[in-house]
Design a protein around this ligand. Sequence first.
Ligand code: NAD
Length: 390
Amino acid sequence: MITSSPLRNGTIPWAMVGGGQGSQIGYIHRSAALRDGNFQLVAGAFDIDAERGRTFGQSLGLQAERCYDNYQALFNAESQRADGIRAVSIATPNGTHFAICKAAIEAGIHVVCEKPLCFTTAEAEELLALSKQHQRVVGVTYGYAGHQLIEQAREMIARGDLGDIRIVQMQFAHGFHNEAVELANPATRWRVDPKFAGPSYVLGDVGTHPLYLSEVMLPELKIQRLMCSRQSFVKSRAPLEDNAFTIMEYEGGAIGYVWSCAVNAGSMHGQKIRVIGSKASLEWWDERPNQMSYEIQGQPLQVLERGMGYLHPAALHDDRIGGGHPEGLFEAWSNLYYRFALAMEATDAGDATALAMLRYPDIHAGIEGVRWVENCVRSADAGATWVDYV
Ligand code: NAD
């Protein structure tokens, strides 16, 4: 159970790039990073508008001199201070992630980056090489990956409760962009512009989330080839898609499916994963994250509740309040930041044993998300044909 900071060497001085006033995701980064006392927010370049960013930083209690005009000034100044930042979170539009990540790693700063990590696998591999060279952590915020029932699914699948895995059905299909809301909403506008969003909209924006959950639950599953069809139902979004269906064949014969969608009218979030084996199935849905369905063929439905003693120890490790009281997105994110902090401390201490025991969405998770989007786009743009997964 998480009750206090696990760090032996003190709080990690931390900054944010992006995540400024009114941004969608900035608040939850701060909430998750600060919750367990592992990080202290001391600096930032919060906004594309430097003045607005400075005002915002000061409103969070930061010294004016540590609210910087841009990320270059932030990294330059902080890396020269004795009390400078050791970690930064990047919560800016997609098109900036690569350059900001690269600059942070080169300045010797650990990174938590929003997904998608960057636009191409080649860029992602470059970040991997740099992170190895400078021995810096790169965490990626696939937020629900920190939820305890995801750990439970992983353990049940590993011990064979479902039998042989046959089908993985995934979706992240919300309805909030069923019309051209971007005309009035800047946070949606950049998402449908390839210059800022990259080669895809919903595949990268939402599809990579359940894909990563499947990687956590089913670490052995490797995609062999896939076929993707993508559409722009709001025509002005073309060439970027607001809906996509992807079918994947895995090595060993299992099959997977991801529905990525922003035009699923009426749906709130719709992130689900169902893993179907030869004996039983598991299903988890982010709108009811405290319950997971366990269906054994021929038996009544079982509902596994978060925080209960019958769960695997790995699914209880990050518990914060016990069963009954709901935990959700905020706790899942906090659990990820908890692990990011441990990974940063272990890396700084050169503690390979501690690092090997930690699992969190790292740079490899970031690379896999980028690789999957690249393959999906290649298939879709070739007319929804099967392509070998490269
Ligand atoms: P947003 O448009 O709401 O906010 C972006 C923020 O970044 C703004 O404050 C903006 O001023 C600032 N910014 C832009 N360029 C900057 C720069 N060069 N330097 C400093 N600040 C800059 O966007 P958002 O919805 O918060 O998304 C940000 C990122 O988070 C995206 O990559 C998105 O894919 C990701 N995201 C992830 C999740 C998740 O569940 N992990 C959810 C939503 C968004």
